[in-house]
Ligand binder design. Structure first.
Ligand SMILES: [Zn+2]
Ligand SMILES: [Zn+2]
Length: 156
């Protein structure tokens, strides 16, 4: 329901380069100004989800091919990456006049992801989402759980 096919889940965990047969790596490499939105940095790229579940549905892609948020390492570099992706998601929502209090953001957490290239979903208004998307596909408790798990792991 996010416009992603269940492929590319068996790619190597983390690399610093583009990965063959990864649609997000291809998209970043193509660098099409009609696809890639502002703000853009060397850490992330923002695109629109091809199957939006609300009026505004963006994906903040990690510029590097990192398989998932779970692959992040407990170091300053990856924490900064995560922070910059969240800040970018907020920025593009604000640029589009979205209310951050009616917004849903989250990473997929293995095994709940469909494209093996880390991306942050930013959806607004969350209140307009279908019941299924609100309660199942983009349930905030999953995201909260993921975020909590992530930060707890980082503190070990
Ligand atoms: Zn996704
Ligand atoms: Zn990729």
């Amino acid at each position: 329901m996010t416009g992603e096919s269940p492929t590319n889940t068996n790619i190597a965990e983390t690399t610093n380069t583009r990965v063959k047969n990864c649609i997000f790596c291809d998209l970043i490499a193509a660098n099409d100004p009609n696809t890639i939105l502002e703000p853009r940095s060397d850490q992330f790229v923002i695109i629109k989800d091809i199957k939006p579940v609300a009026t505004h549905h963006f994906l903040v892609l990690c510029d590097k091919h990192i398989k998932s948020a779970k692959s992040l390492q407990p170091n300053e570099q990856d924490c900064n990456l995560l922070k910059s992706m969240v800040a970018a998601a907020k920025q593009i929502l604000l640029n589009n006049g979205c209310d951050l209090n009616d917004t849903r953001m989250g990473f997929h957490w293995p095994p709940f992801y469909s494209i093996g290239h880390m991306h942050l979903h930013a959806i607004s208004p969350a209140s307009s989402m279908s019941v299924f998307n609100r309660l199942v596909a983009f349930n905030p408790s999953f995201s909260r759980l993921c975020a909590k798990t992530y930060w707890l792991q980082r503190q070990k």
